[in-house]
Ligand binder design. Structure first.
Ligand code: NDP
Length: 331
């Protein structure tokens, strides 16, 4: 039985005879709508590849949860995260990208053309797939943390640290990210408390040494965060409990969560090589995965930099890699 209608070169719909899900054929499917996804959409649109982009669970990606973005080149006055993402989306649409609301719920990358199911109700069959699904910062799960997100609670010191210049802040976590964030903040802030739940840091020896040698970082070992307190203007303090079960309060205005990220790669894992955390492996210097025609960009493949500008740069790489792949295969 024929599952698919013969493919046309442009976007084209048919019905899946087996399960009645409609099937649409495209040249370039982009999954994810952070700076990586939109940049890939901008470049592939300009290359006349008629990309279709599905925005995913959080349209605009992680940047929509931050306030000011001061470090993206080209915005002399800074810009808010949601505004910047709206600008990127408008630019992609102006150039012809087909931006759609929908979540990639399953994938079949066993053979080309690849298939991605959207919202469990439609299949997109694509010649090239650009995975730009990002990563989700882990949070402690406190109600007060949720309440003050964007008002003193942040998961990115490089993005938001500047707004706490000269103030007292706290970082929670004991890995390399937490050590790096604490060190970064120590150059901006008066005092940085590093809240670590164990009696030791998990960070690399070199990072640990930097933390311990920095005079304005105080490591609070065996401390658990109980509550973040604040008022209408944002965070004013954090309540902790120490190893003896005693309550400890620290006055702070910024609370940085650095307990790890989870790359959003689950549906692709049966086919795509990832590291032990789930970050997609790409061939160094490219966006190529282990599957020809499937490319990854942005935070889903980047445990190290995780910046809007590096994500955008890698989105550009994925678009160019996809364009060359299509050119070489002459679809
Ligand atoms: P990690 O998973 O390495 O560390 C997470 C830290 O957060 C651990 O100390 C963990 O504590 C703590 N933690 C987790 N959940 C909670 C919680 N609920 N309450 C309090 N603390 C909690 O994540 P990272 O983001 O630090 O690093 C991810 C990977 O990226 C690592 O492989 C790291 O080496 C790498 N990396 C490398 C960098 C570099 O080379 N420059 C920079 C940044 C990251 P516990 O130890 O008790 O489990």
């Amino acid at each position: 039985m024929e599952l698919f209608k013969p493919m046309d070169k442009q976007s084209n719909s048919s019905a899946n005879a087996n399960n009645q899900m409609p099937i649409e054929h495209v040249k370039v499917l982009i999954v994810g709508s952070g700076p990586a996804g939109y940049t890939a959409a901008i470049y592939t649109s300009r290359a006349n590849l008629n990309p279709v982009l599905y925005e995913g669970i959080q349209p605009g990606g992680q940047l929509t949860t931050t306030t000011e973005v001061d470090n993206f080149p080209g915005y002399p006055q800074g810009v808010t995260g949601p505004e910047m993402m709206e600008d990127l989306k408008k630019q992609a649409i102006r150039l012809g990208a087909d931006i759609r609301f929908g979540i990639a719920s399953a994938a079949d990358l066993s053979k080309s053309p690849y298939r991605v199911t959207i919202d469990d109700e439609k299949i997109i069959e694509t010649e090239t797939l650009i995975i730009a699904t990002g990563a989700t910062a882990k949070y402690l799960g406190l109600e007060s943390e949720e309440k003050f997100k964007g008002q003193g609670v942040s998961a990115c010191a490089t993005c938001d640290g500047f707004f706490y210049k000269g103030q007292d802040v706290a970082v929670v976590g004991g890995g390399d990210t937490a050590a790096e964030e604490a060190t970064y903040l120590s150059g901006l802030c008066k005092k940085v408390y590093l809240i670590v739940r164990k009696p030791y840091l998990r960070a690399s020896k070199a990072m640990q040494e930097r933390v311990v040698k920095t005079p304005n970082i105080e490591v609070l070992y065996e401390h658990a965060t109980k509550e973040i307190v604040g008022d209408v203007n944002g965070v004013t303090g954090v309540l902790l409990s120490n190893a003896k079960g005693e309550k400890v309060k620290k006055d702070i205005t910024g609370f940085f969560v650095a307990i790890g990220h989870q790359p959003n790669s689950d549906i692709f894992k049966p086919w795509i090589d990832t590291d032990e955390v789930g970050y997609i492996k790409t061939i160094p210097g490219t966006s190529k995965t282990n599957i020809p025609g499937v490319f990854a960009c942005g935070d889903v493949q980047d445990p190290h930099y995780r910046q809007a500008i590096t994500a955008a740069g890698s989105g550009c790489m994925a678009a160019i890699d996809a364009e060359r792949y299509i050119g070489e295969r002459k679809f």
